[in-house]
Design a binder for this molecule. Sequence first.
Ligand SMILES: [Zn+2]
Length: 415
Amino acid sequence: MKFDIYTFTVTDRFVKYATIDTQSDPESPTCPSTEKQKNLSRVLVEELKEMGIKDAELDEYGYVYATIESNTAKNVPVICFCSHVDTSPDCSGTDVKPLIHKKYDGKDLVLPKDSSQVIKFSEHVALAEQIGNDIVTADGTTLLGADNKAGVAEIMDAANFLMSHPKIKHGKIRILFTPDEEIGRGADKVNIKKLGADFGYTMDGETLGHLENETFSADGVSIKIKGFSTHPGFAKDKMQHAIKIAAEIVTLIPKDKTPETTEKMQPFIHPTSVNGGLEEVEIKFIIRAFDTATLLSLEEELRQIVIKVLTPYNKCAYEFIVTQQYRNMREVLDKHPQVIKYAMEAIKRTGVIPILSSIRGGTDGSRLSFMGLPCPNIYAGEHAFHSKQEWVSVQDMQKAVETIVNLVEIWEENS
Ligand SMILES: [Zn+2]
């Protein structure tokens, strides 16, 4: 009802943001990793100020903070909405030209600048739900950047709606745009104290209606094997070869606990790199499981494999180093059930069936949750991200805007 006469700005904003190159760079030590991310952040600050949000600011690390003040006498928790401005280093983000395919008819979408890039109806299952909708894609030469500029545009449009509809009651709302999420550093320089929010939502999920309350728990493991080298002509019964020992270890990883053989809630052990030579080899692993107890038991399983393999090699040694990466945000969210409950209700009020789901990965929200800001992930409508076939629909973005507005109202109603 409240959106019947509203002219959404989300698509225009999205198209504008998508053309600004904000690719992050994992090799860069600075924050933000690329200065160009601030080009978008500065635009956002300007637009927020135009809406009347006076305190909108960009900090030295490339984070945007802004406040929509409370307009209710009630004492409502401060709610934060968060998206990331950077795009993936996996695919070019230079010179993005968004195209709107009006009234999608179910055919394959051939991207005009590279006809080998075809968004096939048969491969993109979510397209079946989009008949009649308007689909935004890139031109075939770059990614689109809907991950996560769709989320950014949705938060901006929701802010625009709230600032222009003061009768909609809500508590204090904080807006946060982060750099460098795609390289795992999005939460690094968030000033949680300055943000001052009680609960948060990232707008960075995929399919319409989805709400993600679980991520993997994640550790990295480095195994260093020290071999024993001799001249190969005189190596009989002496040489103990670190490369071959490493190969034995990798071979013994259970075949049913790898990314290639698992899905949904199943955990895995995954070697990501092998470096070294006869005398020393380092194998790096990532370990992933939804519950931390399983994660720790997989690490123990890997350690036992190493011990078993090394036992016959009396001149060899090993190191086994575990580095904690992130934890399943559900451990935090379960203590604050209203965060999920209200988000489910907010989605439902847009006429969409809410679906609670899990991510086989991490989000900024999983880090933020453990930094004291319980923060599940709401859909932004982005699909096939990190690729030239990335797409998002206008109608899904509008539903996400409605979801944000409903959500702040529900928090107010329940306070
Ligand atoms: Zn993202």
